[in-house]
Design a protein around this ligand. Structure first.
Ligand code: CA2
Length: 153
C-alpha cells in the first residue's frame, strides 16, 4: 500500500470562492480537492483544511508516520508559526509550499514565509490550478530516481 500525499490547508481557506475573487479566484476548496484527486489519479491522498494551528500540526505528525509527501498552504501561519516549521522539519519526504496568490506582490508582512526555508519546492501565484500542478510535481518527486546533483529532499 502506497503512503499518501497529504494536502494541508491553513486558516480561512475554507472560505475560498466566497470572498476576494480578484486575489484568490472563484474556485472553492472542494473544487480544489477534486482537482487534486484527479491529478493524483490512483495515488492515495489525504486532503485537509483547518483554522487551528494544532490541528495542522497533528496532520503533519500523521504524515510523518504515514505520508509520502506534503503539499501545504499554511496561509497566514506561513509567516508566524515556528511550531508548524518545527513539525515540517521532522518530515523526511518532499514538501511543497503553495500559495494561490503571489505573496511577493502583496503587503510586506506576506513576504517572508518561515516554511520556505525548509520546503523542497514552492508554488506561488498560479491561482487555484497551482494545486493540481503541485500534485503532479509531487508525483514526479516521489517517482523519479535520484540523480547526482539533483534535489536532496
Ligand atoms: O495565496 C495564498 O494561498 C495565501 O496562503 C492565502 C492566505 C494569505 O494569508 C497568504 O498570504 C497567501 C490567506 C487566505 C485567506 O483566505 C481567504 C479565502 C477566501 C476569501 C478571502 C480570503
Amino acid at each position: 500500500m502506497k503512503r499518501s500525499i497529504f494536502v494541508i490547508n491553513g486558516p480561512n481557506l475554507n472560505r475560498l470562492g466566497k470572498r476576494e475573487p480578484e486575489i484568490y479566484g472563484t474556485t472553492t476548496l472542494l473544487e480544489i480537492e477534486r482537482m487534486c484527486r484527479q491529478a493524483a489519479g490512483k495515488w492515495p491522498m489525504r486532503f485537509h483544511q483547518s483554522n487551528l494551528e494544532g490541528e495542522m500540526i497533528n496532520w503533519i505528525h500523521e504524515a510523518i508516520d504515514e505520508g509520502a509527501g506534503i503539499i501545504i498552504n499554511p496561509a497566514a501561519f506561513s509567516f508566524t508559526s515556528i511550531a508548524i516549521l518545527d513539525a515540517l522539519k521532522m518530515f523526511p519526504g518532499p514538501i511543497i509550499e503553495l500559495h494561490i496568490s503571489n505573496i511577493h506582490k502583496r503587503e510586506a508582512y506576506y513576504h517572508h514565509s518561515l516554511v520556505s526555508k525548509i520546503a523542497t519546492g514552492i508554488m506561488i501565484g498560479l491561482g487555484p490550478s497551482g494545486y493540481a500542478i503541485a500534485v503532479k510535481a509531487m508525483l514526479n518527486l516521489l517517482t523519479s530516481k535520484p540523480t547526482t546533483g539533483g534535489i536532496k529532499k
